[in-house]
Design a binder for this molecule. Structure first.
Ligand code: PMV
Length: 319
């Protein structure tokens, strides 16, 4: 028997960095997936694509987060070492899209299904959060929460709430990965230093960011996406002011805006990683074209509402 699961990656729509000091942020699960298929084997988890290998019979472990998943499932459900899991992911890595969380979430879900245990989402969340703790010093839980449950969520001081939305069918998100890798931790540290140095000014920027997210929530709930786009543009300006933009990121943001995006901004830690644009479908071809002219590969996505789930065991029948 073969058990396959998919789990989505995520983007931060608004509020990154400001969230570190307790302001609200909005994240969304998007239609790019990590996919894991488990069949009978000898305790092996692997992804050639991600350069990842766990071979329990020879004690080879080059991904401690996934090892944590296996240990946790063995402790909780008596998972045996009789599986062979293969991971395949379409989520860009090290660019703030929650690739490692999606891998942990889908692996947990597929291993449980393979072991004949109904994969309860709460359990999947808890186990994948253990992996996140191995990967990140103080994980916010955003990545594995969105990957497990899907949808759009607002989070503030560790509390997540699903956002009811009127997302028009003809509005998508276009992602451009700058290809520039960066460490979220060091960008966050630089921003916090700037905060301490200019706290009078910075505290007001943070308050503005908080207002902006509240306004954006209303726009999402009422379906005012022209306004949401403008708020994303403002959010990008605030991210520039706290020091996380760069010439390359600005050129991507402006390419999207010039091609007719409703709004465009850095998403995630910045300095590198991804830029997102809110784009009406009629404008997608021109936005895509502009991004290609910059030598980058655009990804056009929608919101994933379901989160982790079973998937057919062949890529071609995935639909
Ligand atoms: O890792 P990323 O690129 O999704 O960015 C994390 C978001 C920050 O707000 C910058 C940091 C955090 O822990 O919330």
């Amino acid at each position: 028997m073969m058990a396959c699961s998919i789990a989505p990656g995520k983007v931060i729509l608004l509020g990154e960095h400001f969230v570190v000091k307790g302001m609200p942020a909005i994240g969304a699960a998007v239609t790019l997936y990590a996919r894991v298929c488990v069949s009978s084997g000898q305790g092996r988890v692997e992804s050639r694509q991600l350069g990842l290998l766990l071979d329990l019979s020879s004690n080879t472990v080059n991904d401690k987060g996934l090892y944590r998943v296996v240990e946790e499932l063995a402790g909780r459900f008596g998972l045996k070492r009789d599986f062979h899991a293969t991971i395949d992911s379409e989520i860009p890595i090290s660019s703030g899209m929650g690739s490692s969380a999606a891998v942990a979430v889908s692996t947990t879900h597929a291993l449980l299904s393979f072991a004949g245990v109904e994969p309860d989402k709460k359990v999947v969340w808890e186990v994948s959060f253990e992996a996140e703790k191995v990967y990140h010093v103080r994980p916010s839980g955003v990545d594995n929460t969105l990957s497990t449950y899907g949808g759009v969520m607002v989070y503030e001081r560790g509390v997540f709430n699903r956002v009811k939305r009127r997302w028009p069918d003809d509005v998508v998100i276009v992602i451009a990965d700058s290809g520039i890798k960066r460490s979220t931790g060091s960008v966050v540290a630089d921003v916090l230093n700037r905060y301490d140095k200019y706290s009078n000014v910075m505290s007001r920027i943070y308050e503005a960011a908080s207002e902006l997210v509240r306004d954006a929530l209303k726009s999402i709930e009422t379906g005012d996406f022209a306004r949401l786009g403008e708020l994303m543009d403002i959010n990008h300006g605030l991210l520039s002011s706290i020091g996380v933009s760069s010439r390359v990121l600005e050129s991507i943001v402006w390419a999207m805006r010039e091609a007719g995006a409703l709004g465009a901004k850095i998403s995630g830690a910045g300095r590198g990683g991804i830029v997102i644009g809110l784009v009406e479908t009629s404008k997608v071809p021109s936005v895509v074209e502009k991004i290609k002219l910059l030598g980058l590969t655009p990804l056009v996505v929608q919101i994933d509402d379901e989160g982790v789930r079973r998937a057919p065991d062949s890529r071609t029948s995935q639909g």
